[in-house]
Design a protein around this ligand. Structure first.
Ligand SMILES: [Zn+2]
Ligand SMILES: [Zn+2]
Length: 266
């Protein structure tokens, strides 16, 4: 397909191949790319306009941990600033150059149509950026830490152990009676790859909670805080979570041993 496409567009097929995510991120597992529409940075689009070139989607926006633009240090956008619908982009030619539009309401996404960043969002972006960088390093780093990172994220998004729970374990982190997992985040509950199913702000929050529960390492280590242990014990036993072990009856010691067995591959 790539060869045919290259031929039809008269582009060097090797150049196209080099743009493929699988080639550019050789050491990254497939499930750490977003499966659906990736969020965008309107300021990157504006930079394209200023440079007098076609606007284009950056490959790294598809990485599951990317929620902040590395260049502009602002949160990526996954809702249309005009119609508030989930952002799907269509590209069209305007004055001889390719420009991005919202597929739903047709608003052009350049020229400052991006949301004015509130102070909270600016702070969140600044706080999350170092976490995002660290996660990227873990994803392409040693297998042991990566396994423990996946484990930590899956625990947060596993369903609570009582029957019929639509609530993720993360609800315990909130510690607010009556807290209900919002509809937009429910698709991530019980998944083996929760980040793939979450909006930008929920992915950002997941990174913040990892920091809060597991400290500067962002992954569960051999010593777990009491708060982290409580969460581990309340996760429903999903096959990709427990390696056949029941975490509900696990003592702190057996959780520690399980994590160490992952760690030994570091
Ligand atoms: Zn940007
Ligand atoms: Zn729109």
């Amino acid at each position: 397909m790539l060869r045919l496409w290259a031929k039809a567009c008269r582009i060097d097929p090797e150049r196209l191949r080099g743009r493929a995510l699988a080639i550019r991120y050789l050491d990254r597992p497939r499930d750490w790319f977003l499966a659906e529409t990736a969020p965008v940075c309107p300021l990157c689009f504006d930079a394209d306009v200023v440079a007098g070139r076609d606007t284009y989607l950056r490959g790294h926006w598809r990485l599951a941990e990317q929620v902040v633009c590395l260049e502009h240090r602002t949160m990526l956008l996954d809702r249309c600033p005009a119609c508030r619908d989930r952002l799907q982009i269509s590209f069209r030619i305007l004055n001889d150059l390719v420009r991005p539009f919202c597929r739903k309401c047709d608003t052009i996404l350049t020229g400052g149509t991006g949301e004015t960043e509130g102070a909270v969002k600016v702070d969140l972006a600044a706080g999350v950026l170092p976490l995002q960088r660290q996660i990227s390093r873990i994803v392409s780093g040693s297998p042991g830490r990566f396994v423990r990172l996946n484990h930590g994220i899956r625990i947060l998004w596993a369903p609570l152990d009582h029957d019929g729970a639509a609530q993720p374990v993360l609800a315990l982190w909130y510690d607010e009676p009556g807290w209900n997992c919002p509809y937009e985040a429910r698709a991530a509950v019980s998944r083996s790859t929760p980040l793939q199913h979450l909006s930008v702000r929920w992915r950002a929050l997941t990174l913040v909670i990892l920091r809060d529960l597991f400290g500067a390492d962002l992954v569960p280590g051999s010593v777990l805080s009491e708060a982290a242990l409580t969460l581990f014990r309340r996760a429903a036993p999903l096959p990709w979570l427990t390696d056949g072990r029941d975490l509900r009856t696990s003592s702190g010691e057996s959780v520690r041993l399980m994590l160490e067995s992952h760690e030994s591959t570091d």
